[in-house]
Design a protein around this ligand. Structure first.
Ligand code: ADP
Ligand code: MG
Length: 264
């Protein structure tokens, strides 16, 4: 099996996208990424800290603007699309959750539509909470009264509030314990199917990427260095950097299997 052919139906295209920082543009956060993402695919964006993952994601919803190149969403340059329209069609789960502590859960979920001048009904808020398997009456609580996993579910509900086509998640499960993380990963994959979403999830955890995604993009120093399916990566494709990342969960699995063998 090869990677899905995104030219068939791309919803998102990075066209030689570049983002530099510094007085002399000496810091290259993203250095010319060229890639298309097929509608309804689940893509993991993996790479070491500082490799440019968040910057690339932020250029999709215009939190960051490219210094060169373009990002096309549904065939149109994101910088020329109306911002409220764009942020409605593109849901974003922030790195480190980013709920407003003094707002209730319900107010946090409704913030996107509110900024666009719309009010979300309490029925709709309850519906969004149910989608992420939280009780509708949780809407009146404040984030401090929630566990980390519950807060992250609220972050996902908030990202889904505008009924988006594209869901972007920046290390959504980073701070969670492994069991909660696993459950939430499965939940997001299920919602992805159920709502017909296109999902791009940033993670530094290759095991999570292999288990959840249809396609894995690997970044290193601002460049895309691999673009492969989980199966291709497990068969040894994708190059040295990708294989270095794959070797971590593989070695853990091998060690566990060896321990089980000794115990048997
Ligand atoms: P990742 O999400 O993969 O950890 P980032 O996209 O956050 O990486 O950052 C990529 C690189 O760009 C890093 O070297 C980071 O320090 C730099 N960078 C990101 N944002 C800024 C900024 N606002 N100003 C200066 N440098 C930045
Ligand atoms: Mg980041």
């Amino acid at each position: 099996m090869s990677a899905p052919d995104p030219s068939k139906n791309p919803i998102l295209t990075f066209d030689r996208v570049e983002r530099r920082y510094g007085d002399d543009d000496e810091i290259i956060a993203v250095g010319g990424v060229d890639c298309s993402i097929e509608a309804r695919s689940f893509v993991a964006l993996v790479g070491a800290s500082g490799s440019g993952k968040s910057t690339l994601l932020k250029m999709v919803n215009t939190l960051v603007t490219p210094t060169a190149g373009r990002v096309l969403f549904a065939g149109e340059d994101v910088t020329t699309q109306g911002q409220s329209q764009l942020r409605r069609r593109v849901g974003y789960v922030f790195q480190g959750i980013g709920l407003f502590p003094h707002f209730s859960v319900g107010e946090n979920i409704a913030i996107g539509p509110r900024l666009a001048g719309e009010t979300l009904s309490s029925e709709r808020i309850g519906e969004l909470l149910s989608l992420v398997e939280l009780e509708p009456d949780m809407a009146s609580r404040v984030p401090d009264e929630l566990s980390g996993g519950q807060r992250q579910r609220v972050g996902v509900a908030r990202a889904l509030a505008g009924d988006p086509e594209l869901l972007l998640m920046d290390e959504p499960f980073g701070a969670l314990d492994p069991i909660t993380r696993d459950a939430l990963g499965e939940k997001v994959r299920e919602l992805h199917e159920k709502l017909g979403l296109t999902t791009v999830m940033v993670t530094h955890d290759m095991a999570e990427a292999l288990l959840l995604a249809d396609r894995v993009l690997v970044m290193d120093a601002g460049q895309l260095v691999a673009d492969a399916t989980p199966r291709e990566l497990l068969m040894g494709d994708g190059g040295d950097i990708a294989q270095g990342l794959v070797s971590v969960p593989r070695q853990q699995a091998e060690k566990l299997a060896a321990m089980e063998g000794r115990l048997a």
